[in-house]
Design a protein around this ligand. Structure first.
Ligand SMILES: [Zn+2]
Length: 277
């Protein structure tokens, strides 16, 4: 049922044969597009016959859509188009100004800015999008969650779940900073991430979890990953909170950055900003 795209960068796309449904498209890479087309032809499917759904708007999952024939319907949340508009670029500039006012060090701000700019995808305007609610495939259930991005979609077929980047093995801070298309502000998704994971672990009957990167996982792997995440997250939050016992704000910021040698990694910025809020 599942087919993995072996092209670099390594991103999983899945094709449900009976439904003729492709879950995620892959990165903006023409050789990957040709490979996908060939893989489908090998099982007797013409690319023009399929429908596509996407788990979230990040370029490693939607970039390949750029090469798809225009008549292919891509079912997604309507907000996805936002990431191809100048409004998105303007929102990045405005949010970067806000981070500067907060006193976030320049090197961290630069990382956030470049990540957000990389997710600007002008070709989205040319894609034949249809509202996800109109997906004409009754065997697939749609779960709207968030945490890795402001709008993560988990697709369920029987007890198999296709979760994009919501839960990834070996990455415990995969909550990315994003611009929320509704209020056009930076969204800090730590709380939402925790809620989504809780919902998945307590209400979904997961037999197999098919992630956007890496191998499929069973339920007990998901539990293990979550435990590691909780531990690390708690540690970082404790240390951030301790740092804020300092009354001098600039000193506190310097202290935070000396606690964590890799804090210039924008993943952590989400945690810091949550504490600053
Ligand atoms: Zn990804």
């Amino acid at each position: 049922m599942a087919q993995t795209n072996p092209c670099a960068p390594q991103v999983n796309v899945y094709f449900l044969k009976n439904e003729k449904l492709l879950i995620d498209a892959g990165p903006n890479n023409y050789p990957c597009y040709l490979k996908l087309k060939q893989n489908l032809e090998n099982i007797g499917i013409d690319l023009k016959q399929i429908s596509v759904v996407v788990t979230h708007h990040h370029p490693d999952h939607v970039g390949l859509l750029k090469y798809f024939p225009k008549e292919i319907t891509v079912y997604a949340s309507p907000e996805i188009r936002y990431y191809g508009t100048s409004a998105y670029l303007n929102a990045i500039d405005e949010q970067i100004r806000q981070l500067q006012i907060l006193g976030i060090p320049a090197h961290a701000i630069d990382q956030v800015k470049s990540q957000l700019q990389q997710r600007f995808l002008p070709f989205l305007e040319t894609i034949n999008f249809e509202d996800l609610n109109r997906l004409p495939v009754s065997s697939i259930r749609i779960h709207r969650l968030c945490g890795h991005s402001p709008a993560d979609i988990v697709f369920q077929k029987d007890n198999c779940f296709f979760g994009g980047d919501l839960i990834l093995k070996g990455i415990y801070f995969n909550i990315l900073l994003d611009i929320n298309p509704v209020n056009q502000k930076l969204c800090l998704l730590n709380q939402e991430y925790k809620q989504s994971i809780k919902k998945i672990l307590t209400t979904f009957k997961v037999q197999t979890w098919y992630p956007g990167h890496g191998d499929p996982m069973n339920f007990s792997s998901l539990i293990k990953i979550n435990k590691k995440y909780q531990k690390l997250s708690q540690l970082i939050h404790q240390r951030i909170v301790q740092s804020f016992s300092s009354s001098d704000y600039d000193l506190a910021m310097r202290e935070i950055y000396s606690y964590f040698p890799h804090l210039n990694d924008y993943f952590y910025l989400s945690d810091i900003l949550t504490v600053l809020k």
